[in-house]
Design a protein. Structure first.
Length: 163
């Protein structure tokens, strides 16, 4: 079973999560950064995993456009959806629901909230000031959740075995 992990990252957290997930899934996985690698030919993959992160309360525009463009084709595949964000609980779940259309969420064999990171070394001055003000965080912090990534990988692998 061939798998594509399609993502976009601004400060590297979603890319890091994608690479970890790819390692957990093992063979025949292609990790694709929409920004640097362009859009993949989805017909080459049995499973497509889409990952994004939250910036200023919303998922990246490029992921949203990718989903809109490929919605029908995604609905013919096994899909997984994940989100990197710094919130937990209801707030994170709400961000996830706003990020991905209900139709895709219902179709997904795995959904995940992977936590997030604030990496001040990769932010510009304005971004650092917003994070300090809104999140009350004064230095870089990682809340990436390896357990959530592992659980997501297990669900994707189980769905692949059902075929």
């Amino acid at each position: 079973m061939s798998t594509a992990i399609v993502y976009i990252t601004k400060h590297g957290c979603t890319g890091k999560a994608s690479r970890i997930l790819g390692e957990k899934l093992g063979n025949d996985v292609t990790v694709i950064n929409l920004k640097s690698d362009g859009e993949p030919d989805l017909s080459l993959y049995d499973t497509v995993i889409v990952g994004g992160s939250i910036h200023v309360g919303k998922i990246q525009r490029r992921i949203k456009k990718f989903i809109e463009k490929h919605r029908e084709e995604l609905l013919t595949k096994r899909i997984g959806l994940y989100l990197c964000c710094m919130y937990e609980g209801e707030t994170a779940e709400k961000q996830f629901e706003e990020a991905y259309p209900l139709e895709l969420r219902d179709h997904a064999c795995a959904i995940g909230l992977f936590g997030g990171e604030f990496d001040f070394s990769k932010m510009n001055f304005f971004e650092r000031m917003i994070v300090k003000k809104v999140a009350s965080i004064e230095e870089s912090v990682s809340r990436l959740d390896p357990g959530a990534i592992e659980e997501f990988a297990r669900k994707i692998s189980a769905a692949d075995r059902e075929i």
